[in-house]
Design a binder for this molecule. Structure first.
Ligand code: IFM
Length: 452
């Protein structure tokens, strides 16, 4: 048994558009994901978040489920278009009312709410004015942050500004696989900068309003050459090292260096120069308490002269993204638990000024319900081995404060729709019945023992 430090936070994570449903209820405005998923060919199976898991109506049942698993924390996001249907100005009390009730229900169950303000569901009205490629969106975000804090700030202590700005910028505006589906790499860089600006402005608002802890959540991964995946000491050529550094800059340092150090990494200074204004980097560099890490698998690259840039990775010409041998999840993502410990140790070393939290980690597999049970041995093993990796990282000095499994429920997996199941609780999309999988029952025991 490996025991975690006292006070280690155990929980689960979700996001508004992926679980809430009730897309047209109580004055909710349209989001870019409503528009995108209604566009033929954008989401597998033509799925949308219209009903999702119906969490909007079933949140009490879902909180009861969390209690039955002994979870100490629940990370959820607020849907901006519920709060400001037109992306600015008047606040919709009915929309905020939902989160008010959810927070009360969580607190009554002794579950700490971790509120994320932005998990990709931008109000369509803001996208119509340029979305994240428009600098003004960052200022609108700060107003929205204020409105949410005004309502929940008396009870919520744990605040997150953004979830995975890399995905929002580069899949949303770079390769167009996510909403709003634009394919303009220069706008993707601009969007990344404006997301960072929103993070800084939002952090300032939250801090001034008295928020206790503020976190920025990024999707991060160690970047390896193929040989380094299983052998950290494998020799690396100069060309490969340069390819690794370029991708690492885009994925991780592009966000952490401005947020924590007030500068872009050297590799990206020129790319961002056209849209960075005087004072922006100081605004972005607000003190925060935690960095949240969403880890699923390492990114593996090598130098390959002549390869064109991938539209999701501006400036990646000459870099090839490589497959990894070995087991993979239903997403096709390689299973490399040691990638998580190596990542956490490295981030702890490079950014010692903040604490770390694993804010997402989990896996999609093709589950089946048999006699009311889901024997998801693959997911259980994924969670166990990754939690061991977190424990290893803590042993090597990383200040990791908690672990939140992705996800509590099966849900709308963005462009993959409902066919990819990440939940530790199965959702029958016909009846909306929830069934804890074997992984949930195992997780409950790990939580209660504070050990794996
Ligand atoms: O479902 C997503 C989540 O919204 C953000 N991080 C990755 C998950 C799995 O793809």
């Amino acid at each position: 048994m490996r025991t975690f430090p006292a006070g280690f936070v155990w929980g689960a994570a979700t996001a508004a558009y992926q679980i809430e449903g009730a897309a047209k209820e109580d004055g909710r405005g349209q989001s870019i994901w409503d528009t995108f998923s209604a566009t033929p060919g954008k989401v597998a199976g033509g799925d949308t978040g219209e009903t999702a898991t119906d969490h909007y109506h079933r949140y009490r049942e879902d909180v009861a489920l969390m209690r039955s698993l002994g979870l100490g924390a629940y990370r959820f996001s607020v849907a901006w278009p519920r709060v400001q249907p037109d992306g600015g100005g008047a606040v919709n009390p009915l929309g905020l009312g939902f989160y008010d009730r959810l927070v009360d229900e969580l607190l009554a169950g002794d579950i700490t709410p971790y509120v994320t303000l932005y998990h990709w569901d931008l109000p369509q009205a803001l996208e119509d004015r340029g979305g994240w490629a428009n600098r003004d969106t960052a200022y609108r975000f700060a107003e929205y942050a204020q409105a949410v804090h005004d309502k929940l700030g008396d009870r919520v202590r744990e605040w997150t500004t953004l979830n995975e700005p890399w995905v929002a910028a580069f899949l949303g505006y770079g390769n167009g696989v996510h909403a709003p589906g634009r394919t303009e790499p220069a706008d993707a860089l601009r969007a990344a900068h404006h997301l960072l600006l929103a993070h800084g402005l939002g952090t300032k608002v939250l801090r001034e309003a008295g928020a206790e802890r503020i976190m920025l959540v990024i999707n991060s991964a160690p970047v390896f050459t193929p040989a380094q995946v299983h052998d950290p000491a494998a020799p690396v050529s100069e060309a490969d090292a340069e390819a690794v550094a370029r991708i690492d800059a885009l994925l991780t340092r592009q966000f952490l260096d401005p947020a924590l150090r007030g500068r872009y990494p050297e590799e990206l200074v020129a790319a961002h120069a056209p849209h960075v204004r005087d004072g922006d980097l100081e605004l972005i560099n607000q003190p925060i308490d935690l960095v949240g890490i969403n880890y699923y698998n390492p990114t593996v690259v090598e130098a390959a002269p002549g390869t064109p840039a991938d539209p999701a990775w501006p400036g990646s010409q000459g870099v090839r993204f490589c497959p990894v041998d070995g087991p993979a999840t239903a997403m096709g993502w390689p299973i490399v638990p040691s990638g998580l410990s190596r990542l956490l140790v490295r981030l702890g070393r490079d950014y010692p000024e903040v604490g770390l939290m694993v804010t997402e980690n989990g896996a999609a597999f093709d589950d089946t319900v048999e006699d009311g049970r889901v024997h998801d041995a693959d997911r259980l093993d994924y969670l166990r081995t990754h939690l061991r990796a977190v424990h290893d990282a803590i042993g090597e000095g990383a200040d990791v404060r908690g672990y939140l499994v992705w996800s509590l429920l099966d849900n709308f997996e963005w462009a993959e729709g409902y066919r990819k199941r990440f939940g530790i609780v199965h959702v029958d999309y016909g009846t909306l019945t929830r069934t804890p999988k074997d992984s949930a029952l195992w997780y409950r025991d790990a939580v209660s023992a504070n050990a794996v």
